[in-house]
Design a binder for this molecule. Structure first.
Ligand code: SAH
Length: 250
């Protein structure tokens, strides 16, 4: 599979169907065809087809998901595009750095997601928290937000340049290498972690959400493989068992 087939454009809660069509066209011109739609407000729609201008194959094969985690399935690297810095302080990449990082991962056979937010509200903090880094197109501060499909075009163009350039190919992963943990496995881990923190009464009145966002950031940064995740699940399961024993003695 070519690296461009492993790179997916994920459009989250898109309100204007025309933007979905324009994004498909923007991708198709740069040889990128993998699109995923998360909770689009209106899709399929004649405006989407009209603006795709022949890139219907991209839209036709797009997966439609209720939740972001579905759109990220199988991906071990997710890069969130945002015009503004949000509460989550993720490492920030330029589109060029993002393209290089995405291609390097794809060259190792990993699936990569580029995540784009809703036209009005952008990506929410909990959506950015599922990303490993944030990508900001360096627009001017007092008018920073591009049209969604134009942001898609900029990112697709940078990927095209990187694909055409002689990006040194990353060494192939070793045969016995553990696969990197994908978005769904990470989500299951975070659910287990949240439950365990409850079970061991870690929060003591503090906000569980704030802690979970920080822990997400920490563990996302680690880009764990499946074996490491199994070890952590094992530790959590033991902590839950011990908490159960302690409760039984009370
Ligand atoms: N008011 C929203 C703008 C949303 S524009 C906000 O502040 O985020 C729709 C989407 O296009 C964004 O969610 C983002 O994914 C992308 N986008 C627009 N301008 C961008 C920029 N300067 N850098 C990176 N992504 C951008």
């Amino acid at each position: 599979m070519s690296p461009s087939d492993l790179i997916r454009f994920v459009l989250v809660r898109t309100s204007h169907p025309g933007n979905i069509g324009s994004a498909a066209r923007a991708m198709r011109t740069m040889g990128l065809t993998r699109m995923a739609l998360v909770a689009p407000q209106r899709f399929p729609h004649p405006d989407a087809a009209a603006l795709a201008a022949g890139a219907d194959d991209v839209m036709g094969s797009a997966g439609v998901h209720d939740e972001l985690v579905g759109g990220l399935a199988g991906c071990s690297l997710a890069l969130g595009l945002s015009a503004r810095r949000r509460g989550v302080d993720l490492p920030e990449l330029t589109p060029r750095e993002a393209a290089e990082r995405a291609l390097a991962a794809a060259a190792r056979g990993e699936q990569v997601a580029l995540v784009f937010g809703n036209e009005r509200t952008g990506l929410e903090n909990d959506e950015l928290a599922r990303c490993h880094a944030m990508v900001r197109i360096p627009s001017v501060d007092d008018f920073s937000s591009l049209n969604l499909s134009q942001a898609v075009q900029v990112m697709a163009y940078e990927l095209r340049l990187a694909l055409l350039g002689d990006l040194p190919l990353a060494p192939a992963p070793r045969e016995d290498a553990e696969p990197p943990a994908d978005a769904e496995k990470m989500e299951r881990f975070f659910a287990h972690l949240a439950q365990t923190l409850d079970d061991i009464e870690f929060h003591k009145g503090r906000s569980a959400n704030v802690i979970m966002l920080r822990l997400r950031k920490l563990f996302q940064r680690a880009q764990m493989d499946e074996r490491e995740l199994r070890i952590l699940h094992g530790i959590l399961a033991d902590a839950q068992r011990m908490a159960g024993l302690a409760n039984a003695k009370r």
